[in-house]
Structure formats: structure tokens, C-alpha cells
Write a protein of this length. Structure first.
Length: 266
């Protein structure tokens, strides 16, 4: 059930969208922490730019999220239509993004994360994408799969979020896009070159997230002063039989070579 809420209650819940309440800024809007009168905590997403493109993205997100019900997909609980661009209200997810967990916050402190937890988060994210692709009437392509768009709840369970770039596809169809959306480092090269968006575009991006989890490197990272693409670098390392040199040493160990070989090939 999607509840409609009014502008004044959302203004109050976010202290008029005060910067101290910002949870994150993405390509499709800014997300704020809101606290309602009944002390329920919510996440409130609104666009800063009032134009047709952003309005269409928000409407698309409402249409898609209103059809989804999966434990690894962030739940849309409400929306406000009293403003130029719809404001979306989500369940609040307390433990930030997967990107923050594996790469650290602004102060770059990185907490230890076990291999078991990393692979569990990968599996939960994959189950969410499989649900989008095959479990509902029309396949849904997320369009911007990345570690910043995977949130972690109180138990560090994965919740895929941000459906502003998502598209519903007819069965076995390809969506030709006039404008390529997504994030550099995660973009499927075929989609980037030919503008053909399919479920495989999400699978490619998920592969980059999987590499982030086992290497603890960003999708675009610096090696010394040189900027590198993680997917390209890892593929070359696999060909040269030196992929183990790119793995995060905190999760490698004797007898685990076969596991990392399988994950790397995946």
C-alpha cells in the first residue's frame, strides 16, 4: 500500500530539508532522514531540479516500486504529489550503503568485513535483481546497480534502492535508450556503445559490485597516480594469472584459492 502524505508533514519531519538530515545525494535526488510525529523514522527523497526529465524519473520510480515486494528491495511507503516534482517516502535503512561499508566514509576508516558477510550481501543483492528480472509480469532493469545503491539494514541485510534509472521491458525485448544513464565504472560496455538496455546490463554492473567486495577497490580507483577501471584491470589480471594480487588480503587465506577462482570467474 502506498500512502499519500502532505508537504507540511514532510517539511516538519526533515526540519525543512536541513543539510544535517541529508543521508545521500544521488543522480536522481537527495535523500533526507525524516522523523514523523509518531517517532517513525523515514527516508524522504526529493529532486533539487524541477524539470520534465526528473519528473518522469520520479513517476517511473513510483510505478515500478509500487509493484515490488521483496525483502532485498527498499520499500516505498508513501509519496507527496503537492509539489512540482513528486516526493518519495521510503522505509528508513539505518546502516548506510555497501559502498560506505567496504570503502569507508569520508574519514576513510574501513571496518573489518568478513568474507562470509560479503558473499551473503552479494547473494542478497543478486536475489533482488533476479526478482526484478524474472519474477514479475514485465522484466524490470534497474539501470544503475552499484555499491552506493545497495543499502544495509539493522542486520546488515542488503536492500537494493534508487530506481530512477529503471525501465520495464516487454518479455525478451531490448530497450533502446536515447540517453545513457548509470555510473562510469559500472556501465555495461554494450549498453554504453549501442544504447541497448537489457537485464544483462544489470548483471554486468553486479559483477563490478562483486569485484568491489573481494578486492575492496572502487569501480574507478587509483593505482599510484594512475586512474584504473576495476573490471578491466581484473579481467587482465585473470588472463595473466595474477588475479590473487588484486584481492583484499584481509579475506584471503590458505585453502581458499578455489573459492576465489570461482568468484573471480563469475
Amino acid at each position: 500500500v502506498i500512502y499519500y502524505t502532505n508537504k507540511s508533514s514532510l517539511n516538519k519531519s526533515t526540519h525543512n530539508y536541513d543539510r544535517s538530515r541529508e543521508l545521500g545525494i544521488g543522480g536522481h535526488g537527495t535523500v533526507y532522514k525524516g522523523i514523523l510525529d509518531n517517532n517513525k523514522v523515514i527516508a524522504v527523497k526529493r529532486s533539487k531540479i524541477m524539470n520534465v526529465v526528473h519528473t518522469e524519473e520520479f513517476v517511473q520510480e513510483i510505478i515500478i516500486l509500487s509493484q515490488l515486494n521483496h525483502r532485498n528491495v527498499v520499500r516505498l511507503v508513501g509519496c507527496c504529489l503537492e509539489v512540482e516534482v513528486p516526493i518519495l517516502v521510503y522505509e528508513f535503512i539505518p546502516n548506510g550503503t555497501l559502498s560506505q561499508l567496504i570503502h569507508g566514509n569520508n574519514d576513510n576508516r574501513r571496518l573489518p568485513v568478513s568474507l562470509e558477510d560479503r558473499l551473503r550481501i552479494a547473494q542478497e543483492s543478486a536475489e533482488a535483481l533476479e526478482y526484478l528480472h524474472v519474477s514479475i509480469n514485465h522484466p524490470i532493469v534497474h539501470g544503475d546497480v552499484k555499491s552506493l545503491n545497495i543499502l544495509l539494514d539493522e542486520n546488515y541485510m542488503a536492500k537494493v534502492t534508487d530506481f530512477g534509472a529503471s525501465r520495464m521491458l516487454p518479455k525478451d525485448a531490448v530497450q533502446l535508450m536515447t540517453l545513457v544513464q548509470g555510473t562510469l565504472g559500472y556501465l555495461d560496455p554494450e549498453y554504453l556503445q549501442e544504447r541497448k538496455l537489457t537485464e544483462k546490463s544489470d548483471v554486468y554492473s553486479f559483477g563490478v559490485v562483486l569485484l568491489e567486495l573481494i578486492t575492496r577497490k572502487k569501480a574507478i580507483y587509483f593505482d599510484g597516480h594512475e586512474e584504473k577501471n576495476l573490471a578491466t584491470s581484473f579481467l587482465q589480471a585473470l588472463k595473466d594469472n595474477r588475479a590473487e594480487n588484486m584481492l583484499d588480503t584481509s579475506i584471503t587465506g590458505v585453502g581458499m584459492e578455489e573459492l576465489f577462482q570461482e568468484v573471480g570467474e563469475l
